[in-house]
Design a binder for this molecule. Sequence first.
Ligand SMILES: Cc1cc2nc3c(=O)[nH]c(=O)nc-3n(C[C@H](O)[C@H](O)[C@H](O)COP(=O)(O)OP(=O)(O)OC[C@H]3O[C@@H](n4cnc5c(N)ncnc54)[C@H](O)[C@@H]3O)c2cc1C
Length: 402
Amino acid sequence: MRINGTTEPTVHGSAAADVESDDEFREIVRAFLTRNHPGPPPHARDEKLEWQKSWLATLFDGGFAGPNWPREHGGMGLSFPRQLVYQEEYARAKVPGPLGNGVGIAAPTIMKYGTDEQRRRFLAPMLRGDRVWCQGFSEPEAGSDLPSLRTTARRVGDEYVVTGQKVWTSHADHSDVIYALVRTGDAASRQRGITYLVVDLETPGVTVRPLADLAGGTTFSEVFFEDVRVPVANRLGEENGGWRIARTSLGNERAASALKSSAMYRRVLDELLALARERGATDDPLVRDRLTDLEIRVRILQYGAERTSASIIHTGEPGPSASGARMQLAKFEQDIHEVAVDLLGADGLITKGSPEAVQRGRWLTGFLRTRASTIGTGTTEIQRNTLAEQVLGLPRDPSMPS
Ligand SMILES: Cc1cc2nc3c(=O)[nH]c(=O)nc-3n(C[C@H](O)[C@H](O)[C@H](O)COP(=O)(O)OP(=O)(O)OC[C@H]3O[C@@H](n4cnc5c(N)ncnc54)[C@H](O)[C@@H]3O)c2cc1C
């Protein structure tokens, strides 16, 4: 295979995964990412989406997508140590990651519970970025208490008729597919009456309404379903069996995402250190103290990710301590942006889009964006409940299902 019109041959990802030494593997990944780098992102939203999709297709076609995905679904099937190398190089290259919430969350669920036909139909187009997936779990009256969700699906022949509303659905405004939890049992059935459905967002009766967020974007949306017809062939697992599927411990994915985040924040912290030096802020002992604290914590993130990976290798499960890692990450990403904004002083408040904005306003945007880190993917209070009950053995929260 030859890339970008050059005559230099490049190694396909599947061959790269098989090389013997980690150093050689690192070089091959780095060469691929450098040679195919898509350049800086365009400003316009639609163009940026196309830029990102085109990058994901290049990655997939070159065999360098899905480091933790099995090869049969288009991934690289890497061991955990190799995934760590891959994530370090990926973070270093500053190339865009997957679109939507499919690759990280829906895909491992489909791999585990989907039929062969569903795996063939859904997985590769998702990894290649041809079809973007979003997650429709939360509703206006059902967030932490998800078993109280009320979007209903009534079976009529070979279809379900879906009616209701989801909210805070990240990426819905540029997604093609939503994987949703819907009620197929009676109103009082709670987690016993929930089904996992995959719904094409182009289906008549679906309305996506973007919501403005604190950082000035529209990261999430409301999604309305009005008599939406969904083929039974799009149901994952059994009817009324959706809760178990949604709650399954997706160990490999958690480890993959922990490795990815720790590698990314290693780079982000190095960039913050460079910025602090450039602005002469490291002369201030209080700034040095805060930077040192971040340095210690970014290393803990990496050790935590490695511990989760080791736990999966030995026991097949990430263990409940993954909730602790998630909490540490959420707090770390808030704090690193807070330090950056403090360090920049008044300059840190110049918003993106302004020519005076420092590094395109990334630190302020990050500061605003990460206010939500302790809410999304389960609030910190809920993670604390998990730690209290499953790690410390304290009494259970009676309001939550087991
Ligand atoms: C940036 C972002 C992206 C999101 N993306 C998605 C998405 O793509 N798809 C999706 O389905 N959802 C998404 N969500 C929704 C998210 O999962 C919910 O916001 C979250 O589960 C909390 O639910 P809630 O907002 O209804 O708050 P509530 O559940 O009403 O909680 C309100 C407060 O009460 C506390 N609380 C509630 N129950 C308990 C308890 N038992 N013990 C102790 N404290 C408790 C909570 O910690 C919180 O502080 C997203 C949220 C954010 C912020």
